[in-house]
Design a protein around this ligand. Sequence first.
Ligand code: AP5
Length: 212
Amino acid sequence: MRRVVFLGPPGAGKGTQAALLAQAEHLAHLSTGDLLRAAVAARTPLGLEAEGHMAAGRLVPDDLVLRILAERLRQPDATRGFLLDGFPRNIAQAEALDRITPIDRVLSFEIPGDLLLRRLTGRRVCPKCQTVYNVETRPPRVEGRCDNDGTALVQRPDDHPGPVETRLKVYAEQTAPLLGFYRQRGILRSVDARGTPEEVSARIRRQLEDPR
Ligand code: AP5
């Protein structure tokens, strides 16, 4: 059973790679961002509390995120192995995760800042099926429309310049310290996140198969 964490700045391609790997290896893809966005869309009390933090690019308070994640980890598919995408985001969350489950590998997505900005500003999402596109690197067949259901694609509210700047700052201040946390435990591996999704996938597989 694999228990993997994807760590990396906003726009590094964690969600894209998590979807590919989860499908190939029958792992549960646990994205706290997706879980929170679903709660926002459903207007649940938790979603209403998270919404303002997310739109501004700040982290959602730990207790809310932990509640949503612990519930997801209890679902049957997650007991066969999982891939955490966007969690943990700070040391307190990593310590809380330790109390819930062991982790086998943490993959750090390494990517230059200018490429991150291009990926973030070019991202478009289908609000119905959540498929992620990119105007530059993964355009839909018909401009502005989802390939699966024809729905008009939207830009995430936190992909606008102000929130993007906040998210990058939050990553540097609160999430990057996790690299040292997991390096010390000997389970951290780096992945070059430049290049096509297929190239990045191949690097991820190599790191996961490396027994060191
Ligand atoms: P979350 O949804 O987790 O966002 P994020 O970490 O900022 O990551 P992104 O989804 O922006 O990027 P990604 O790395 O998944 O890139 P993607 O694959 O889409 O979190 C959103 C918010 O929720 C947070 O700001 C916070 O408020 C809250 N939150 C979530 N978790 C939390 C937690 N644990 N604690 C507290 N708050 C939390 O790719 C980006 C674009 O690039 C796409 O358009 C894609 O098509 C394109 N692309 C991807 N790979 C490639 C490639 N190889 N080549 C070319 N284009 C590519």
